[in-house]
Design a protein around this ligand. Sequence first.
Ligand code: SAM
Length: 285
Amino acid sequence: MASPSPEQVIESQRQDWNRVAGGWEKWDRFFDEQMAFLNHRLVADTRLRSGMRVLDLGSGTGYPALLAAQTVGPTGNVVGVDLAAQMLDAAKRKTSSLKLSNITFQTGDVTSLPFAKVSFDAVTTRFCLMFLPEIPKAVAEIARVLKPNAWVAAAVWSAPDKNPYLKIPIDIIKQFIELPPPDPSAPGIFRLAKPGDLASMLQHAGFADISEQEFLGDVRFSAAEDYFSSLMDIAAPIQNLWTKLTSPQQGEARQRILETAGQYRKESIVALPIAVRMVAGRKPG
Ligand SMILES: C[S@@+](CC[C@H](N)C(=O)[O-])C[C@H]1O[C@@H](n2cnc3c(N)ncnc32)[C@H](O)[C@@H]1O
């Protein structure tokens, strides 16, 4: 079967993330608490300070854009871009409740940014770049819109084996249906998991002082049921696989996911390990 065109990938991404926007809003408080350390890491890697103008790519429901806006303060500003209008609607609601007036969100594709060259002091992006059909194009766009000496920092998922949080349901779904062997160059959750992959794209686009670290953590649930239902509510790519199962298969798969997740119980919590690849680079001055 022919691979989908870049336009088809973008359109399915838009539909996928719009579909799960309600789930993201439902679990917002929980994931905000669980994943905040990644936002702080991106703010640090881009050396944000007051007065800066920041671009956040694939902001979804506002991460890390909202923290960036709080960090740059009223003399700075943040623009968040995402394909999915419904994810951004949730981000806008949070902007209002946080009473932030220095942040705007707009729909768009990060592979063709509607901004002038040399117009941002930093670019952040969390869990977006691996879903792009043409990542080097987006990296070239980032280089174009950044000012000299400005930093880009990206968080992407590392290898499946180090991410039981994501791997458990995928492995269990595969026990029921045959999935084509993963194409390492196809857009998806683990597209940028390989060490050096995104870093070499940054290098190719002319970035300097490139750093890369596999940042380990976990997502902590009070019950395996919360793990299952939150992941199914927010993880569009896993939801897509889940719908391929029949209803009885879903019942059995759910049971196996709960049992496997239960093996990660430590006293009163179920802690599912995650490994995130943090990559940063500076546009030369
Ligand atoms: C897993 S969510 C991450 C959202 C947010 N950055 C976070 O970490 O919570 C991925 C986001 O990337 C967006 N996205 C995927 N491809 C995109 C593209 N080509 N241009 C802009 N946004 C894109 C999706 O719409 C979705 O909101």
